[in-house]
Design a protein around this ligand. Structure first.
Ligand code: PLP
Length: 391
């Protein structure tokens, strides 16, 4: 199958077959190339390979390329409509590497105040030491980004919907303005996966994923993915990825396994989340449900314009805004595990205080797993009942 053609084939077909035509001994699943380096007949052959196509065959060192990594990367790049993809150690690394590559002393970054916390930490606590400045914006209006642009702005960072508060950004509006001014744009596409949104088709230059979430899908791996055009990837692989390294081959092999069922899983997560979010909205204990799939979602028009689906992650606020009550509710849940991350087979819940430009609140983030939605609803019901009894 031509990895760059065959767009007429369905996503599910591409995920199952892309890159899988030449197996060793006819094995239906590709082996793991668990080797750190590759041997060449001559020294000249080795150096020639290293100077061409960094990140793909002929491979010289698994730090930057390896056949098992390339199989997962080829599938993700194809889904995103990107020239190239590289798998790295974790999602935060996939976000940090392009930020480092697109900033230098004196440059400025604009990003939403509700962006994934470690990215804000990278800018405020690490890159600030090297003279990189940044501005946090609300980000729900494209003017929030545009008004924050300075002559030294080198990067605009988006994450839609953003972490916990699930806020949208006007991707087309922001990228059009950034292109005109020669500013690079980045997008954290973890929530959507390439199944529901392809940011590069909306003018974004670099798309990143936490593969630890939906793509891995079984809560058994940590990885990140960077997708971009051939020129940017060539530079990333020769510099930043060469410095920080790729994911391990075994992890890449697990990613290939996870990708095969990604479209199927995400549909189920979404159906359950839609049902439960609509039901939660009717509960007297609940003040607000922040879920992109609800007709009450304030930026619904933007969601419908950009995304083809919304998945299983959302958040809510209780009428009782105390952290103690939110914790009590989450602690009472039986099938929603108390834990970080999301995107695997199991439902998860997390209560936390959230600080934004427009105020402080206590939010509960829910991820609906692959369990029977009826059991999850019963679980939420009994947790509400414990609030009534003890509150
Ligand atoms: C989890 C997450 C990340 C970070 O991914 P890790 O693999 O945990 O490093 C980045 N962005 C979003 C939106 C996430 O949910």
């Amino acid at each position: 199958m031509d990895p760059h053609g065959d767009d007429a084939l369905g996503i599910d077909t591409r995920l199952v077959h892309l890159g899988e035509e030449q197996t060793i001994e006819g094995a239906v699943v590709q082996p793991i190339f668990q080797n750190s380096l590759f041997l060449f007949d001559t020294v000249e052959g080795l150096f020639d390979a290293m100077s061409h196509n960094p990140g793909s065959a002929p491979h010289s060192y698994s730090k930057s390329s390896n056949p098992t990594l390339n199989l997962a990367e080829q599938k993700i790049a194809n889904l995103e409509g990107a020239d190239a993809c590289k798998l790295v150690g974790c999602g935060a690394s996939a976000l940090s590497i392009p930020i480092i590559a697109n900033t230098s002393a004196g440059s400025h970054v604009v990003l939403p105040d509700t962006a994934y916390f470690p990215v804000r930490h990278l800018l405020s606590d690490m890159l600030a030491r090297f003279g990189v400045t940044h501005t946090l914006v609300d980000g729900r209006r494209k003017e929030d980004f545009i008004d924050a642009i300075r002559p030294e702005t080198s990067l605009i960072y988006m994450e839609a919907p953003s972490s916990i508060m699930m806020r949208m950004q006007d991707v087309d509006g922001v990228t059009a303005e950034a292109r005109q001014r020669g500013i690079t744009t980045m997008f954290d596409n973890t929530y959507n996966t390439p199944i529901h949104f392809n940011p590069m088709k909306h003018g974004v230059d670099i798309v990143c994923h936490s593969v630890s979430k939906y793509m891995g899908g079984h809560s058994d791996l940590i990885a990140g993915a960077i997708c971009t055009d051939a020129k940017r990837m060539d530079s990333l692989v020769r510099s930043e990825i060469n410095a920080f390294g790729s994911a391990a081959p075994f992890v890449a092999w697990l990613v290939v396994r996870g990708l095969r069922t990604l479209p199927l899983r995400i549909k189920r997560h979404e159906a359950t989340a839609n049902t439960l979010a609509a039901w939660l909205e009717t509960r007297p204990e609940v003040a607000r449900v922040h879920h992109l799939g609800l007709s009450s979602y304030p930026q619904r028009e933007l969601v419908e314009k950009l995304f083809s689906g919304t998945g299983g992650l959302f958040s809510l606020e209780l009428e009782d805004q105390s952290l103690e009550t939110a914790n009590r509710f989450v602690n009472a849940l039986r099938f929603f595990g108390k834990g970080v991350s999301w995107g695997g087979h199991e439902s998860l819940a997390l209560s936390m205080p959230v600080k934004t430009i427009d105020g402080n609140r206590v939010a509960i983030r829910l991820f609906t797993g692959l369990e029977d939605p009826k059991d999850l609803q019963k679980d939420l019901e009994q947790a509400f009942a414990t609030l009534a009894v003890s509150g």
